[in-house]
Design a protein around this ligand. Structure first.
Ligand SMILES: [Zn+2]
Ligand SMILES: [Zn+2]
Length: 331
């Protein structure tokens, strides 16, 4: 494992820089559309609250869906539940499931060393969003999927998304008419015909554009802030930090040093005050019979001391889980 270094070059696979027009164009366009929120006529409290609720609901498509379920397989669920989380994740416009998983597994295997695609040891801006603007043949490519996320493509749904990437666009864009019609219906029913169009526009601006931008920066803050600021409980060999602010924004993911220490766990809560709402929601799914084999943190899944003494070696279960994580990465 790499030791922490003070600075890092951009991944060599990004050289020479070639702007990724799809990513750069999408990021720029949605940020510009979100600026419509500064037009007072487009504000409504219903639109505002649809953004707040949407940050959590769609954000869990990334946290629970893309990250804890697909990338780390930290619990099992029914296919329709997994696909529902994946569709929420797609609506966040953060890559296809297979590409996101490949990028994140690459990050875990090479955190803060070459070829980590988004280390803040390059610069804060690079880690936060700069890395998305340029092509990276080792991170967002078929080669990367083949190396790090082959298991994801065993599911025909994710394979279809790779074969027909326009589907990602259609799913992502479908949010606009859905929010528009919902806003129009609420406005018309609540305040009459005149209110339908203003509320429809407000719902699209706040519930879709502002929400997507907010979820982007919240997700990106894990890569930037939570690898720069905060405390380290574990000497994990990279720069990951436990950052309470990011944990608050991401409903758990900011306890990132805990996560790097134990990536296969469904929970990143190692101390009572390191609140991990995402894990509590996974436990709710478990109580409803929609999740099982939920991996608790390493320090809780250790066998009793007597049993540990009997095996006279490293924690066997930990070793198995580590192997299963690594084999899922290399399979
Ligand atoms: Zn990290
Ligand atoms: Zn992870």
């Amino acid at each position: 494992m790499a030791s922490v270094t003070k600075s890092l070059q951009v991944p060599s696979a990004t050289r020479p820089f070639a702007v990724n027009r799809v990513y750069a164009g999408t990021i720029l366009a949605v940020h510009l559309l979100a600026l419509l929120a500064f037009v007072p006529q487009f504000f409504s409290w219903i639109g505002f609250w649809s953004m707040v609720v949407g940050i959590h609901v769609f954000g869990q498509g990334i946290t629970i869906g893309y990250h804890r379920l697909l990338t780390h397989r930290s619990f099992k669920t029914l296919p329709w539940v997994e696909h529902a989380f994946a569709i929420l994740g797609i609506c966040c416009l953060e890559d296809s499931p297979a590409v996101w998983v490949a990028v994140h597994r690459l990050h875990h295997v090479h955190s803060d060393e070459q070829p980590d695609p988004h280390s803040p040891l390059v610069t804060f801006f690079w880690a936060h969003m700069g890395w998305l603007f340029v092509n990276n043949s080792k991170a967002r490519s078929l080669t990367a999927i083949d190396t790090y996320a082959k298991d994801i493509l065993r599911d025909p749904f994710y394979m279809l998304l790779e074969k027909r990437p326009l589907m990602l666009l259609w799913i992502g864009m479908a949010q606009v008419p859905v929010y528009f019609l919902a806003g129009a219906a609420i406005g018309w029913i609540g305040w009459g015909r005149e209110a339908a169009l203003p509320l429809a526009i407000s719902m699209v601006v706040w519930g879709v554009y502002v929400r997507i931008v907010a979820v982007w920066h919240i997700t990106w803050s894990v890569n930037s802030l939570a690898h720069m600021f905060g405390y380290r409980t574990y000497e994990t060999g990279e720069a990951s930090r436990n950052n309470w602010f990011v944990a608050l924004l991401t409903v758990g993911e900011g306890w990132h040093n805990n996560h790097h220490q134990d990536p296969s766990a469904a929970s990143v809560q190692h101390r009572w005050w390191e609140i991990d709402i995402s894990y509590y929601e996974i436990r709710i799914l478990e109580a409803l019979g929609l999740a099982w084999d939920v991996a608790v943190p390493r320090h809780l899944r250790r066998p009793p001391r007597a049993a540990r003494a009997a095996v006279a070696g490293p924690d066997v279960e930990d070793a198995v889980r580590q192997v299963s994580f690594e084999s899922s990465v290399s399979s």
